[in-house]
Design a protein around this ligand. Structure first.
Ligand SMILES: NCc1[nH]cc(CCC(=O)O)c1CC(=O)O
Length: 337
């Protein structure tokens, strides 16, 4: 019997949210969102050479791998049930130049990786980026001319790079350089080259963010980058502009959309999914990964718990999946449940 002197009144008393939370079985029964291994895309870093597994200081637990080791990692990922990987090259400094010309070399590091993984692990999806930053001597995503990142010339080049990536076996081209008109241009280029089945995951809303710091260390563009990327990435203050940018990519033929970074832009995830209904992905970027790892290593937070909580947040926000450096770690945990 409730004592009538309690402050909870009669009406409130009938509406008890805690009834559904009272036991594990009912909590499981009413759970709205779930993270599964099918939601994961694993970004990996590739270096030239063989037998190399080189830890990245700013990303504890993440390594740069030579192609042979990347093939092993891809096998492991496939065995864990991870649907796809995304590859990023850290090429020799001597190969980087003003225009990122190595992106147009058919058997460059990224295409070698794709071909090797496709051969050994045909069942894992391969997603490749066409931004020029791993290939340029100035660390920008496009061609730098007279202090400007030139849009249309960059698009011409990334279309060629995208075709070479598809020739090597890439399943999805994911352009991250935020040039205008690139999605339509890549679509037409791929189709003309006979790659109608190669998809495009647009980095539709990529913000000019501080969260990319550790990635730039991973692919060694940190010391190279002159200035910032504010003239092509989206201002973190702008949500409506991001939706407009994504709308253009949808019109131009994107198959999937991505929001990057993730957690600080969780509102954009929701808005993008609501607005377009396309398969939508968040990229939990390097800085998001590293801050969780660093705090966990200091004993300040429960790293595993926060890893799972942040990934679930993306599902709740409407994402169909997440690109995350945690992918193998998460997949192992999910396999045990
Ligand atoms: N095309 C650039 C690119 N490709 C992947 C990332 C970031 C990925 C991450 O931080 O995990 C970036 C951002 C940048 O360096 O400006």
């Amino acid at each position: 019997m409730q004592d009538k002197t309690h402050l909870v009144d009669e009406i409130t008393g009938h509406r008890r949210m805690r009834r559904n939370r009272k036991a594990d079985w009912t909590r499981r029964l009413v759970q709205e969102n779930r993270l599964t291994v099918d939601d994961l895309i694993w970004p990996i870093f590739i270096v030239p050479g063989t037998g190399i597994v080189d830890p990245i200081a700013a990303m504890p637990g993440v390594n740069r791998m030579s192609v042979d080791k990347a093939v092993e990692a891809a096998k492991e990922a496939a065995d864990l049930g991870i649907p796809a990987i995304a590859t990023f090259p850290d090429i020799e400094m001597e190969l980087r130049d003003e225009t990122g010309s190595n992106s147009l070399v058919a058997n460059n590091l990224i295409n070698q990786t794709t071909a090797a993984i496709k051969k050994a692990v045909p069942n894992i999806g391969i997603i490749t980026d066409v931004a020029l930053d791993p290939f340029t001597s100035h660390g920008h995503d496009g061609i730098l001319r007279d202090g400007e990142i030139v849009n249309d010339e960059t698009v011409d080049q990334i279309v060629k790079a995208a075709i070479l990536q598809a020739d090597a076996g890439a399943d999805i081209i994911a352009p991250s350089e935020m040039m205008d008109g690139r999605i339509g241009a890549i679509r037409r280029g791929l189709d003309a080259a006979g790659h109608q089945n190669v998809g495009i995951m647009s980095y539709a809303t990529k913000f000019s963010s501080g969260f990319y710091g550790p990635y730039r260390e991973a692919i060694n563009t940190k010391g190279l980058l002159k200035g910032d990327k504010n003239s092509y990435y989206i201002n973190p203050a702008n949500g409506t502009e991001a939706i407009r940018d994504a709308a253009l990519d949808v019109e131009e033929g994107a198959d999937m959309l991505m929001i990057k970074p993730g957690l600080a832009y969780i509102d954009i995830c929701w808005r993008v999914k609501e607005a377009f209904g396309l398969p939508t992905f968040a990229y939990q970027v390097s800085g998001e990964y590293s801050q969780i790892k660093a705090a966990a290593m200091n004993g300040w937070i429960d790293g595993e718990r926060i890893m799972m909580e942040t990934l679930l947040a993306f599902k709740r926000a409407g994402c169909d999946g997440i690109l995350t450096y945690f992918a193998p770690e998460v997949a192992r945990i999910l396999a045990k449940r």
